[in-house]
Ligand binder design. Sequence first.
Ligand SMILES: C[S@@+](CC[C@H](N)C(=O)[O-])C[C@H]1O[C@@H](n2cnc3c(N)ncnc32)[C@H](O)[C@@H]1O
Length: 455
Amino acid sequence: MSHPIRSFGAVALPAQRPKVAARTLMLDLKVNRSAFSDPAFTENRASGIHRWVPWIAGFSAAFVAEAIDKHAPDGGLIVDPFAGVGTTLLETVRRGVAYEAMGFEINPYAAFAAHAKLEAARLRVAEVRRTADRFRREAPTAAPAAEPAGFHSRILFYSPRVLAQVLRALGWIHKLKSEQLRELFLLAFSSVMVKFSNYSYEPSLTSRPAVGKALVEDADVFEMIAGKLDDMAEDIASLQRDCPPPGVGKVHTGSWAAADGLIEEGSIQLIVTSPPYANNYHYLRNTRPQLYWLGFATSPDGLKAIEQASFGKFWQTVRDLPPIPLQFDFPELEATLGKLRTLNTEKGHYGGGGWANYLATYFNDSYEFLRRFRRLLSPGGVAVIVIGNSIVQGMDIRTDEILAHLAESDDVGLRAERLEVARGKRVGNSIINSSVRTGPAKTATLYESILTLRR
Ligand SMILES: C[S@@+](CC[C@H](N)C(=O)[O-])C[C@H]1O[C@@H](n2cnc3c(N)ncnc32)[C@H](O)[C@@H]1O
């Protein structure tokens, strides 16, 4: 469906916006208990291969496996448009050749991690172990790599004794001839690199002194990397022992918006995904060390394009724009954003207006995402979406319910089958500007839902 475009401030708006019906009854769908396992990543920390790279918003392998059992038991194409570090993709390919996995991930570091995990099944375990031993012996005297161009941090990222080891370790890894092994070693390095730095995840990247932790003056960098490689070798061995020959898995470094050109219409059996929550968690800022030290970024400008193409952009990129309208007609959401715009106006772009712009961008992207992926789903195909609510300037924004309404609008045409609350209490940074947690949502809690949509 194409819309004649009329201009509205900085943003193009269709002359006749498609309608989203406020079917309050829809919320009868919502149940407070989910048949699925907890979708949170925590459990992946102890699960083979998934444990390699902790990802703040990753979800659990068991949850993905259940979704596949339920909706694609016989194989097919399974897609994760927000692939993160590849939980969906890995769980799909390990089921064997009847399955194909495709993912999109805009953060080059996360996409790299997903790719390395998908390739791991093809590595020879004995070679990984031998190379890790060689690393232990040779890296401490290897020629050091140069420090990454353009990487700056408020306080020294590595103390001098740590830095000297890091540069030698990287110098050794860069010389590895096998591309697959080099990728695996770089992943091992990047998954532990913050542990021996003067920063930590809280869950946002913060300097250790800022949270009362001591600087890391020294550490056994070589052993921490080699130990990680031992774990990796063990996981690859059990994957090869326990699983059938893997299906094909691909991850595209870039936005889900490229899916149109890469996926045939009507071909997706199942989507299992979790888009960024409307909590302005800045994946790019929080992975700056990995992005720079692995060479995916050399200047802030390089990251700007990724910021702009990110789902929902970020509050920082839209807060100072003129009011951003919704691309669809949804009076209830309009009213919510209208109310938000009136809150804390004295705080300039920290007040409600900036956040209303962020949410409007977020829901416009959600709408476009649902519209485009509906066409790619096979008839009867299913999308299982994990999403949490947000508390913004004291207002409870029920992202899960809003997505269900958007999915059911005429212009999207999906059926919302289930909306299950998976976790009634969620900790995390979804309370945006908690100092104003005195507004209408004083008693609201953060939760996480699983939304099942069917074409
Ligand atoms: C909630 S996380 C998904 C984590 C994933 N389920 C896992 O287990 O690793 C959302 C991801 O969406 C990515 N993302 C944001 N905007 C995107 C876009 N336009 N296209 C593709 N990925 C995007 C973020 O970088 C982030 O990794």
